[in-house]
Design a protein around this ligand. Structure first.
Ligand code: AMP
Ligand code: MG
Length: 489
């Protein structure tokens, strides 16, 4: 276990030079206070969890101090935002402080979000507010605990520095960890500015450091694209299986590593609705829940375009065609598990069984998507069906589905205690609902960090029943289902 001053840096991205990022120092926030820290994320850096208690911890992660070996830089990238191309974006309010190497030899980018203005801030103030920082922190650690590929979050600090959004708010910072902060938009930037030499340098950096297994393939560039596509398909399958809506799937928010990245107005579905739009600013529903699948495909096509100088167009096209089948196989696999099926066999009709269930949920829009699966595993299938049945409007349709499901469970042939344990290991009891986030944000804004720390702890073990924490496992109150969250954060 290390102390804060014992971290080892190896800043590979910074070494690529000024075409890729600009040196910028963090601009501190006043009188920093630690809101919440993740000991699981600290462990990725081999940091002793007790280090979070030191004053120096909040000072480092609020921009007051810096390691001698850190080389803070703002990265340049561009991207397609809501379908339209923006030629230059970049880190407008975040800095890559440096890359830390842990004892296992893994590199972790330290990215401080809310660290002040950079050459890429455009009209922005370079700041992040407390509510959005808490939301990113909670989601990063929760998705990881759910088994959904994600960037991680080390801590949130806050301050008295005022920030203006629709009203005055508190400036805050969130320290994000990821093996890389390269986005699809990085490739687009060098492609569209016709800097194809730099495009190759960037690609070689990503290949060597993040996809070394592709280097030994006949066509390393193509192998890398294929792997990005596979990982993205797996990530989206997880989002759809667990009811996660990202909200801003612009290509600059898509990680080259296929991990969930850049949390904004995201939401987990409460009642199931395939057409749910979680981003209040998304007027056309481009990033609605069900659109996440075709949009991921669209984003991969945008990446493919930027890789054309390195890969033949026909091969890019062929690879893109693999997306939907890969996604569907992965999704079906996850949904089988959520239904307690597929251990002994996969059946052709399983896909229809899942689709019929979702259609029945869609008709009523009254089924709590997360609790449905948890309740289904709680008791023997016939009894569990009676419990969840009440939330459906087409009762005859649901009963017909239930009969097919029961028959399918019988063919699966599991003992109930074994079935329950397996289903509960994939169906969370606790889910990060927007209203829960809202409650702990309000407390934190008033200076009480107890609730956000408790919620973080509960959501870090979403599958385990935790004594005294029942209130986090409830359906949302009516007001909690209609919170409006927008991009402005
Ligand atoms: P996001 O919607 O957070 O993914 O951000 C899109 C782009 O806007 C990125 O280039 C951000 O760095 C930039 N940006 C967002 N908020 C701010 C801000 N408050 N100040 C400066 N740049 C910002
Ligand atoms: Mg972004």
């Amino acid at each position: 276990m290390k102390k804060l001053d014992q971290l080892t840096f190896d800043n590979r991205f910074a070494r690529l030079g000024d075409a890729f990022s600009t040196e910028v120092l963090p601009e501190p926030i006043e009188q920093p206070r630690l809101v919440v820290a993740s000991s699981a994320a600290m462990a990725l850096l081999d940091l002793d969890p007790a280090e979070a208690q030191r004053e120096e911890f909040a000072e480092l992660f609020a921009g007051h101090k810096l390691w001698g070996e850190a080389e803070p830089r703002a990265m340049v990238y561009s991207g397609h935002q809501f379908g339209g191309y923006t030629p230059r974006l970049g880190d407008g309010r975040g800095l890559l402080l440096g890359e830390v190497v842990n004892a296992a030899g893994e590199h972790w980018d330290l990215h401080l979000k809310g660290a002040g203005q950079t050459p890429y801030s455009r009209m922005g103030d370079g700041r992040a507010v407390l509510r959005s920082s808490i939301r990113e922190f909670l989601a990063s650690e929760h998705l990881h605990a759910l088994g959904i590929p994600s960037s991680r979050a080390l801590c949130v600090t806050t301050s008295d520095t005022p920030v203006w959004r629709e009203k005055q708010e508190r400036a805050a910072m969130v320290l994000r960890l990821a093996p890389s902060h390269v986005r699809f938009g990085h490739f687009e930037y060098f492609y569209y500015t016709r800097q194809h030499e730099q495009l190759k340098v960037l690609g070689e950096h990503v290949l060597a450091n993040h996809f070394p297994q592709c280097l030994t393939q006949d066509e390393p560039w193509l192998a890398m694209f294929r792997e990005v596509l596979e990982r993205t398909a797996a990530m989206i399958a997880h989002w759809q299986a667990y009811g996660f809506c990202h909200g801003v799937m612009n290509t600059d928010n898509m990680s080259i590593l296929g991990i969930t990245f850049d949390y904004g107005p995201y939401a987990f579905l409460d009642d199931f609705d395939a057409n749910h739009i979680c981003n209040h600013s998304d007027d056309t529903g481009r990033y609605s829940f069900s659109n996440q699948v075709p949009i991921a495909h669209w984003n991969l096509a945008a990446l493919a375009q930027a890789l054309m100088p390195m890969i033949e167009v026909e091969k890019l096209r062929e690879t893109l065609e693999l997306f939907l089948p890969l996604y569907q196989a992965h999704y079906l696999d996850l949904m089988r598990k959520r239904l307690g099926l597929g251990l002994t066999s996969a059946e052709d009709d399983d896909e229809a069984l899942v689709q019929r269930l979702l259609q029945l949920m869609q008709q009523g829009k009254a089924t709590d998507y997360s609790l449905f699966f948890r309740q289904l595993g709680e008791q023997a299938p016939a009894d569990a069906l009676q419990v969840v049945r009440n939330d459906f409007v087409d009762l005859a349709g649901f009963d017909a589905w239930g009969r097919d499901y029961l028959a399918r469970c019988e063919r699966e042939g599991q003992q109930q205690d074994e079935r329950r344990a397996r289903m509960h290991a994939v169906n969370p009891l606790y889910i990060l609902r927007n209203y829960l986030a809202q409650q702990v944000i309000e407390a934190a804004e008033a200076g009480d960090y107890g609730p956000v720390r408790e919620l973080h702890a509960v959501l870090s073990r979403p599958f385990d029943e935790q004594p005294g924490m029942q209130r986090y496992a409830q359906r949302p109150p009516e007001w909690g289902k209609h919170l409006e969250i927008s991009c402005s954060s």
